[in-house]
Design a binder for this molecule. Structure first.
Ligand code: ASP
Ligand code: MG
Length: 422
């Protein structure tokens, strides 16, 4: 029996009862003969509450002190969980990210893990302990300051530790039974996926599926760590995310699922001169403001004016910054005006099978049109088609596409056990 890393999300440890329930589960794994490392998130909505609190004392909290504050959430849950395990008669020790050897760069609020040196965790395990590690945090290599990994970062902590400790599997416990063919909060007929490749999971995560973070899946793929996403509220098998299906894990379907995202906005740069260098200048200005963009569409220019429009999507949270950056560069770039629209949504169909199955795109557009949904932008990769629509149309569109591709389940397997979705 090898080493397992188990990660429990905030909704799994939302209160004292939850912590005790999770402690029992952890002890079971230990009794089955595993060495167990647990990564835990902050209880329930603690991180959001800490952010609210910080905003009351400072308009735009950021940087060192903000990270110091946010990591407190995970310290609370790790200590309580260790106590609950001891209460069940087993040895446990909790560690902050820094103590666990999670070394990051020094970009506060969204640090990247650059090394993991889990010496203390190894020692704790060798001495027969269950090791509990605070997720979502590390220590910067150069300044030795406490950092956080960005919202939802505990998943990444778990995979990074699993890689460093050469774990058999990284189990991610959440408030649903696994990865579903669509968000079960929107599609009640969503089906649980038994196995999905890293490749398809990466596309789903990049397209707005919230069950696993993109960075976490990227890390798992790089180090080839199988992830088992499952619920801490049920005993069911969840979803395996790995390179190859093994044993009883079935083959991957043609279409893995439908993802949606309402966190983006669209900027249209109106009246751009149709000559070389214009797109470069626009996206240089946006990049210099450190903004990641998603889709881009350029229209054919009107012959009479020689002007064109360029639209792109980006996180709503970066909207203000992008508009400011473009306004500043307006003279140099030479466009007419900017339009900002944050009432958009994105629907994506993902599946490696679309590479070899003609007609997927046509069926996707047909389903949207039958549902009366208008398409504003389209983008594709080898294994994904995405469209932008009105935000109000998103739920309806996701359900229509899900049904059209035969993904609806005939049993009610999409149970949401917890979480406020906040
Ligand atoms: N507590 C952090 C958050 O809410 C990290 C995590 O949950 O993974 O974003
Ligand atoms: Mg959380």
């Amino acid at each position: 029996m090898g080493l397992v890393v188990q990660k429990y999300g905030g909704s799994s440890v939302a209160d004292a009862e939850g912590i005790k329930r999770v402690a029992k589960r952890i002890v079971e794994a230990k009794k089955n003969g595993h060495q167990v490392v647990v990564v835990v998130s902050a209880m329930g909505d603690t991180t959001d509450e800490l952010i609210d609190l910080a905003e009351q004392v400072s308009p735009m909290p950021a940087g060192r002190e903000f990270d110091m504050l946010l990591t407190a959430g995970e310290r609370i849950s790790m200590a309580l969980l260790a106590m609950a395990i001891k209460n069940l008669g087993h040895e446990a020790q909790s560690f902050t990210g820094s103590q666990a050897g999670v070394i990051t760069d020094s970009v506060h609020n969204k640090a990247r893990i650059i090394d993991v040196t889990p010496g203390r965790i190894r020692t704790a395990l060798d001495e027969g302990n269950i090791a509990i590690v605070a997720g979502f945090q590390g220590v910067s290599q150069d300044k030795k300051d406490i950092t956080t990994l960005g919202r939802g970062g505990s998943d990444t902590t778990a995979v990074a530790l699993a890689a460093a400790l050469d774990a058999e599997v990284c189990e991610i416990y959440t408030d649903v039974d696994g990865v579903f063919t669509a968000d079960p909060r929107v599609v009640t007929k969503a089906k649980k996926i038994d196995w999905i490749s890293f490749e398809d999971m990466l596309e789903l995560a990049a397209s707005g599926s919230k069950v696993l973070l993109h960075r976490c899946v990227e890390y798992a793929r790089r180090y080839n760590i199988p992830i088992h996403v499952r619920s801490s509220f049920s005993g069911l098998q969840g979803t395996w995310v790995s390179n190859e299906p093994t044993g009883d894990k079935v083959e991957q379907a043609i279409i893995s699922g439908v993802a949606h995202d309402t966190s983006e906005a669209k900027i249209t740069v109106v009246g751009v001169p149709d000559k070389p260098g214009e797109a470069a200048a626009i996206f240089r200005a946006v990049a210099d403001a450190e903004i990641n963009i998603d889709m881009i569409v350029q229209n054919v220019s009107a012959a009479s004016t020689g002007l064109t429009d360029i639209s792109f999507t980006l996180p709503k949270a970066e909207g203000r910054k992008a508009i400011d950056a473009l306004e500043k560069a307006k003279g140099a770039i030479g466009f007419d005006s900017l339009r900002y629209d944050d009432q958009i949504g994105k629907i994506s169909l993902v599946g490696a099978g679309m590479k070899t199955n003609p007609g997927v795109t046509a069926d996707f557009f047909r389903a949207l049109s039958d549902a009366g949904v208008n398409i504003e932008l389209i983008s594709t990769s080898e294994i994904r088609i995405s469209v932008v629509t009105r935000a109000d149309d998103v739920d309806e569109a996701v359900r229509a596409v899900h049904t059209a591709f035969g993904l609806d389940s005939d049993s009610d397997e999409a149970v949401v056990y917890g979480g406020t979705g906040r």
